[in-house]
Design a protein around this ligand. Sequence first.
Ligand SMILES: [Zn+2]
Length: 293
Amino acid sequence: MEYVGRFAPSPTGLLHFGSLLAALASYLDARANDGRWLLRIEDLDPPREHPGASNSFPVTLEAFGLTWDGELCLQSERHEYYRDALERLLELGDAYRCSCSRKQVQERSGGIIYDGFCKLEVPEEEADAAVRVQCPAEPTRFLDLIQGPQTFDLAHTSGDFVVLRKDGLFAYQLAVVVDDHLQGITHVVRGSDLLPETPKQIHLQDLLGYSAPRYAHIPVAANPEGQKLSKQTFATALDLEHPVPQLFEALTFLNQSPDPALIDASVTELLNWAVTNWKMEQVPPLLKQIRPQ
Ligand SMILES: [Zn+2]
């Protein structure tokens, strides 16, 4: 089987150390398996975009020596594929329109679990409506290549989940599943913050008749307060002038034990070493790991 991996950042901010971990781990696993590595920009939510972020991603990855194969894929140019999948789910009877507000769901269920209200009370044709997919009745199980066996019970944690938002934007879950399928992705290596989203993606793959890729979730980097590095926690953007120390730190974080002498290597030398010596089994099976200061 040919290996196809990908890195799929959202342009909600510039790439930071946490993004580098996901990019690097997915790149190394692809290259170590003689695979292809694709770059997809998940620009589905224009109001949340950081100006210039999309354009900065290719430049940043190139500075870090992480060259991708084929054309850059922009989700903003692929709405027709998501529309097709959405229509298919509606035709199959696995999805339905929902006009509930978050407040209404909260009031009825006392939480965030959707209670299936609109399955019975079909919203009027002209009402603004989201589209929800019926979640599986049984727990979803899969084997994560880093985190081990996983079980998620969507019926008791999320209920029927949104694939088209009320504002007309496609939800992440739908777009990512369609693109992973159309791009022939065989391995998804990404941050553990997306682990709880994985059962929804596996369920959509099931409904749409797609094969599921293998999943491997790396620990997310946290600051000393235990908060995940992100735009919200003011993670600093990667420094394009000094890629080697940041790559070295990322390899150390991923427990790849780079030879200390490599701190003086070039980007190419360091990445060549990292591909040759990549050991997925050495990545700690933790959801979160503090980034030392
Ligand atoms: Zn509803």
